[in-house]
Structure formats: C-alpha cells, structure tokens
Design a binder for this molecule. Structure first.
Ligand code: HEC
Ligand code: HEC
Length: 371
C-alpha cells in the first residue's frame, strides 16, 4: 500500500530540547522600490523606457502590477526593519516583538532554514529540475533541501501543489490558495511548532517580499525591458501580452510529485534500476543529508563522511522501515519528540539522485582497497 510522506506528521509528541541553530543562508538585497503606479492610459510621446524608471533590479511584482495584475493579498510595502525581523524568525525561530520582549521560539525542533533556502536555487526559473538544481547548489555552495526556496515565493500563485493538495485534500487546500495559510500550515505541521502571531506574520511577509524575483533574475533573452515598460502605458492588449510574456519566464508554482521507494532496495538489489554516479551522490550526501544529519543540524541521528556511517547506511538499505534510506528519503520518518524527516518529492530528489547517493554510499562502505 502506498504511504504518504509524513511531511505533515499529525501527531504532536512531547517537547524536544531546542535544536542547535543552523547557518543562515546568504541575505538577498532588500527591495528599495516602492510599488509603482500604473502608467498613464495614453502612450507618452517621450522615450517610454524612462517613464517608470525600471531597471534590472525592479521587482517582477512591480512590473506585473503595472501591467494590470492585481496586487496579491500577501503584498506588503517594503520596510527594512520588518524585513530584518522576518529574517531573524526565518533563521533562528524568534525575534523581539512590538512589546520589546523576545518571542517564544516558533518551533523547538526546527528552524525554517533546516528545510528551505532563501536564495535562488534553480538556474532556469521555468523548470523545477533536481539535476540542474544540484549543479547550481554545487556552484554556489547551497544546501539541497526537501522544501522549495523562499526566493520568488511571493511571485507564486499557489502553494503546496500537486500531490500535497491532491493527497491531503481539505487540510492543505487553504494553503494551496494563500501564502499566509501556507506559512501557517508549514509552521504548525512541517515545522512542528506554533503558528506565527500577527506581527510575526507581517515580518515574515516583509522578509519574503524582499526575496521577490527581480527583472535580472529572468532569462530575458526574448524579453526587452524597454518594450515591456512601454506596454505598461499601451493598450489593454499590449499590457496583457506583456504580462503574459513576463509570467511565462518563471514557474507560478513549485510542482510536487510523491514517489515510492523501489520494491527491491536491498544491498545487491536493483533499487530504481539506474546506474549511480558516486560523484553526484557525494553532492547529495553533503548538501542534503549532512545539512540535517551533520554537526549542528536538527537531527539527533548523526551522519558524517566516515566509513562507519556509510557501512551502517549500506547495512540498513534493504530494511522495510525508515532505517533504510530509500524509505526515509521517499516517505520521510515518523515524528519523534517533534523531529521527523520530511520526504523528498521527485522534484526535490530524483530517482537517479537516489541511485547516485547509493553509489557514493557503496563506494565508501567498501573495505579499503576494494570497491
Ligand atoms: C522540517 C522541514 C520544514 C520546515 C522546518 C519548514 N518547512 Fe516549509 N515546507 C516544507 C515542505 C516539505 C514543504 C512542501 C512544499 C515544498 O516546499 O515544495 C514546505 C512548504 C512551505 C511553503 C510553500 C512553498 C510552496 O511553494 O509550495 C512555505 C511558504 C513554507 N514552507 C514556509 C515555511 C516557513 C516560513 C518555515 C519556518 C517557520 C518553514 N516553512 C519551515 C518543509 C519545511
Ligand atoms: C530537513 C532535514 C533532513 C534532511 C535534509 C535529511 N534528513 Fe534524514 N532525518 C531527519 C530527521 C529529523 C530524522 C529523524 C531522526 C531524529 O529524530 O533526529 C531523520 C531520519 C533519517 C533516517 C532514519 C533514522 C531514524 O532515526 O529513524 C535515515 C536513514 C535518514 N534520515 C537518512 C537521510 C539521508 C540519506 C538523507 C539525505 C538524502 C537525509 N536523511 C536528509 C532530517 C533530515
């Protein structure tokens, strides 16, 4: 029978000791632009490119709104102090509130950074491809995580997509349609903590707003900023066409497909039946597994780049429970003291990458001098 990945472990068990703090991802630049008023209804006779003053750094949200898109319910004006407060909650789970007191930690088990990056993680924003994402992570020194990045989150139009909403239904539906609901669902269920209070939510939205896509993020080979800007003061048809071409330059949602472990995943069994590349597996191990199982990570189950740990992983490979990494990566684990491992969807860790990981583990579990 197909099990669902317990990304939403519905049991809340006894409180765990506070998890060690992980490194904050690199800060993205703070948005300087305030929302821009739509252009005049009549095309100006002066050079249109100067009309709205758009640059490489103009938020896509600003551009889309000038082209007639409604401002989403989660849009907030830029406030640098709130952005910083939101960043603090995202990276450490707590910040000082309007009452001057530090709030209780959002979750004892996790910080948002355990599962989500806050920087761009896909070289092509029109695709969600774990292979190119891993290359990009290698090039930029990023972690490779089960949750999608918060970069460009405010530019999306649905959340907890695909199998999350399909398989969890009513529990996830509100989050599918609202970024605020998605944040709360994730805070309570994925992160096994409490919902954000009103001021924390405002800070989080300000922070996510600062991580909105910019014009420079788009692969703008076919797009010309001056033309798009001119369209903002053009006819309805021109505005719609320009809006469509900007929207086509990035995915409006992060797709999610649940997958099972392969039937036969013992030591000498086929697994997914793909030949693994140990070098790519090393990247998975170090950028995904050690993010949580290494020193300072949220898991008490310690992994390291050591033969003994590789041997144990190989030894457990054929098990039918979460001690097999095949099962753990595909279904996640059951919560223990609030901690659990979220399953990886196909978009976050491909079958090929699981076999790459296996090749790396096998190679390192072998006695010295033998492969
Ligand atoms: C234990 C892992 C974990 C932690 C901790 C966690 N998340 Fe998530 N989050 C997930 C997973 C898994 C998803 C599923 C959808 C995806 O990201 O692909 C998700 C989804 C989301 C989404 C919707 C993304 C989308 O495009 O579908 C938002 C927004 C979000 N999380 C915000 C947060 C915030 C804010 C925090 C900290 C308060 C947090 N998460 C903590 C694992 C986690
Ligand atoms: C987002 C954090 C996170 C990531 C990434 C992650 N794990 Fe886990 N993993 C956990 C947590 C938390 C547990 C539960 C154990 C605990 O309470 O600490 C766990 C449990 C496991 C278990 C079962 C052991 C047990 O205690 O039940 C295995 C095996 C495992 N992980 C392997 C992996 C492998 C292999 C990778 C890399 C592909 C990986 N994990 C990536 C957080 C993570």
């Amino acid at each position: 029978m197909r099990r669902l990945p317990p990304f939403l472990p519905l049991l809340l068990l006894a409180a765990a000791p506070a998890a060690a703090e992980t490194l904050a991802p690199d800060a993205a630049p703070v948005a300087a632009d305030a929302p821009v008023e739509p252009g005049p209804a009549v095309r100006p006779t002066t050079a249109p490119a100067a009309a709205l003053g758009w640059t490489d750094q103009t938020p896509i949200a600003t551009i889309l709104q000038a082209l007639g898109a409604p401002a989403p319910a989660h849009a907030r004006p830029t406030d640098p102090a709130l952005v910083e407060t939101g960043r603090e909650i995202f990276t450490t789970g707590r910040a000082v509130g309007p009452d001057g007191k530090k709030a209780k930690k959002q979750s004892r088990a996790f910080e948002c950074t355990d599962c989500h990056n806050a920087v761009r993680e896909d070289p092509d924003l029109r695709a969600s491809d774990p292979a190119t994402r891993l290359d990009y992570a290698e090039a930029w020194g990023l972690s490779f995580l089960p949750g999608t990045t918060m970069y460009g989150q405010v530019d999306r139009s649905s959340w907890f997509n695909g199998d999350y909403v399909k398989k969890y239904g009513a529990l996830v539906e509100p989050a599918n349609n609202s970024l605020m609901e998605a944040i709360q669902l994730c805070s309570v269920e994925c992160s096994q903590g409490r919902a954000l209070s009103d001021w924390e939510m405002e800070a989080m939205l300000a922070f996510l707003g600062s991580l909105g896509l910019r014009w420079a993020d788009l692969d703008a080979a076919e797009l010309d900023l001056a033309q798009i800007e001119a369209a903002a003061s053009g006819t309805d048809e021109e505005r719609d066409a320009a809006r469509g071409s900007v929207q086509a330059a990035f995915l409006p949602a992060s797709p999610a497909t649940f997958v099972d472990e392969p039937e036969a995943h013992g030591k000498d069994e086929a697994g997914y039946g793909l030949t693994g590349d140990p070098a790519r597996g090393e990247a998975v191990y170090k950028r995904a597994c050690l993010h949580c199982h290494g020193r300072g990570g949220p898991s008490v189950y310690r992994l390291a780049d050591r033969r003994g740990r590789y041997r144990e992983l190989r030894q457990n490979q054929g098990k039918r429970d979460q001690w097999s990494y095949y099962v753990a990566v595909r279904h996640g684990t059951s919560p223990f003291s609030g901690r659990y491992m979220p399953g990886f969807t196909q978009e976050r860790l491909s079958d090929q990458q699981v076999e790459d990981l296996r090749a790396w583990i096998d190679q390192n579990a072998a006695p010295k001098g033998r492969r």
